[in-house]
Design a binder for this molecule. Structure first.
Ligand code: KG4
Ligand code: ZN
Length: 351
């Protein structure tokens, strides 16, 4: 089954052609990062207008690179319809409706979080054995700009939410702390760069809910951000400044260590409690080196297979949407009237 997938939920205009949920025939991402940088975050109206400009060339390129034409046809069109920015989602959904209607193809609506999960099932071109296998229960950590959740899958498309953040998402914490450290947008990659060679043990920052029995698999990151604010104040009172390169390195490394440690620790506890047979991490923050290294060491010690997508599939892309659409099509009947598909900014992950 060959699917054209479209993703426009936030600030990337993306289109991909995916075969049988795993094989990438093309994967095009037009990022808007430069446009939003001067606002210090994603500016929703600017994002939707840019999607309008980019969607046609991006889809065209994805079809061309996959060699879609009379000799190689599509079987369906898939599109992210939530969660995300409503105005941005609308551009992708309307483009997908137009394409599906014109080509007489089924239209499949995909949840963005389900997309992130299935980024682990897409075969990385450099090493196909890295992709997740049909091993259930599978435990998943979703860590993106808007979500931080631990989800247990007892089969394809079956989701049981074990825990989530009570306040900020992990990516949001990276973005907010990057702003405090004057590192710019997007915060995650900026903090990772700033933390290189830093001492993550220099500043003791909180690991919230670490030993809280009623929130075993939940997270909280807003207190961590406040702790960074307080630490900066006391450092400034002592005469220290962020232009001290060693200080900035250690601050960034200490913050990154606090986030990565609590994510890995709770994920490992959930894996042991549920008897998971494989573990997956996904979403923009899964690109983080400290998190990837920490998780790899921990799950190797536990003897559990760990999957983390290649970097280009961690942040938003359409390949993961094409993969999720394929597996979802195998679980659920197609919608009676796919053209009634609407956008849903707060769409929850559902079985
Ligand atoms: O999944 P994603 O591209 O978009 C959402 O669905 O939200 O995630 C974006 C988030 C941002 O908060 C960004 O700062 C974070 O992922 N991120 C990172 C890294 N790369 C992106 N966080 C930490 N380390 C990174 N290397
Ligand atoms: Zn995302």
């Amino acid at each position: 089954m060959r699917i054209l997938a479209i993703e426009t939920s936030c600030d990337e205009t993306a289109a991909a052609v995916v075969e049988d949920g795993r094989r990438l025939l093309s994967n095009v991402v037009a990022t808007q990062i430069e446009l939003h940088r001067r606002f210090g975050g994603v500016f929703p109206e600017v994002a939707s207008r840019q999607h309008v400009l980019a969607i046609q060339p991006v889809v065209r390129q994805a079809l061309d690179e996959a060699d879609i034409g009379p000799a190689r046809r599509l079987d369906a069109v898939a599109v992210t319809h939530g969660p995300g920015l409503a105005g941005s989602l609308l551009v992708g959904v309307n483009a997908a409706k137009g394409l599906a209607f014109a080509a007489g193809l089924p239209l499949l609506g995909v949840n963005h979080l389900e997309g992130h999960i299935y980024s682990n099932w897409v075969q990385p071109p450099e090493d196909e054995s890295q992709a997740a296998q049909e091993l259930f229960p599978t435990l998943v950590l979703i860590v993106s700009g808007g979500h931080t959740e631990i989800v247990l899958m007892r089969g394809h498309c079956q989701y049981e939410r074990l825990g989530a953040t009570l306040d900020d998402a992990a990516g949001e914490a990276f973005d907010k702390v990057a702003r405090l450290l004057k590192l710019g947008f997007p915060g995650g990659p900026a903090i990772q760069r700033a933390a290189e060679g830093g001492n993550g043990a220099r500043f003791a920052l909180p690991r919230a809910l670490r030993h809280d029995p009623t929130h075993r698999f939940d997270f909280s990151f807003s207190g961590l951000k406040t702790a960074v604010i307080n630490l900066l104040r006391s450092l400034e009172a002592e005469g220290a400044a962020l232009d001290d390169a060693a200080l900035l390195r250690d601050l960034a490394a200490s913050f990154q260590a606090a986030v990565a440690e609590v994510l890995v620790e709770k994920l490992a506890a959930a894996a042991q409690a549920t008897g998971a047979r494989q573990v997956c991490i996904c979403g923009g923050v899964s690109a983080n080196r400290a998190l990837r290294d920490g998780a790899q060491a921990r799950f190797a010690a536990l003897g559990l297979p760990l999957h983390v997508p290649p970097l280009f599939l961690c942040t938003d892309n359409a390949a993961m949407i094409g993969s999720a659409a394929f597996f979802r099509a195998g679980c659920a009947p197609a919608a009676a009237n796919p053209f009634a598909l609407d956008v849903h900014a707060g769409l929850p992950l559902s079985t």
